[in-house]
Design a protein around this ligand. Sequence first.
Ligand SMILES: O=C(O)CCC(=O)C(=O)O
Length: 276
Amino acid sequence: MNDEFNHFYKKIRDNYKNYEDKIIDLNNYHSDDQSIILLKLNSEISIPDEIGLNPYNFWKIHKFNSIPGLFFIKNIFTNIGQEYWMNRHVSYCLNCYPKSHKSNVQILDQKHKFSKLRWVTLGYHHNWDTKIYSHDDKSVMPVEIKSLCKIICECIGYEDFEAEAAIINYYSRNSFIRGHIDHSEYNLKAPLISISFGLSAIFMIQSSISNVIDYEHDSIIPLLIRNGDVLIMSDESRLALHAVPKILEESNSNKEEKNHLPYDNIRINMNVRQVF
Ligand SMILES: O=C(O)CCC(=O)C(=O)O
């Protein structure tokens, strides 16, 4: 992690309230400098009913001029879809599906279900030590994930995405992920899709363009990620330094909005990559 990023990361972790005015919340963002553009979709692509998505014209696709290739999409999932995907992400571990998935905990009983669960890998398993994917170390990639990611990539004009590896991160209120770059995949031209459910979080990403925002840490953008939000890191942003310094406590109004979700007090992030 570079010094500037590290410094800002710690400030947000320790006291994000002091920086609330710097955090971009796309639910309440009015850009007058054109640094974030809302794209309109005129696509005719039909969306299968069973994966819980809104029609394409409901999606709000934001493109960041300051971070080329970064897209932030809101309003993709229906409430039923959010419930379905959250349950699915939990079932990948609790019901041991697919059979050869990998997780930081081997057998998880209902009682201890989330306290120890940190990650599950599907498809080509990310080797946390060597950071090398191997043909000898993979499980079945669930078809619903493949289909979801293909549809998401099509909205930014990327037609050939093959979901080959997924890391599912499970966060409790005190969890975080330090700054890192995802560069283990052999194919770095394909986008990385990051889908989040449950608790909101602050996500930080560093732009390669400096002076994008006129403040102290001018090349680092902190974003508020809410339940159901999708980030796509493509082109230049595919190799951007990023981190999750903070999982947020729910306000009462946020809790009400999430009554349909099967789990509270957890954030689940699915990070899908094309490896080859
Ligand atoms: O949880 C997130 O939003 C990001 C996770 C992440 O950066 C990763 O898995 O590489």
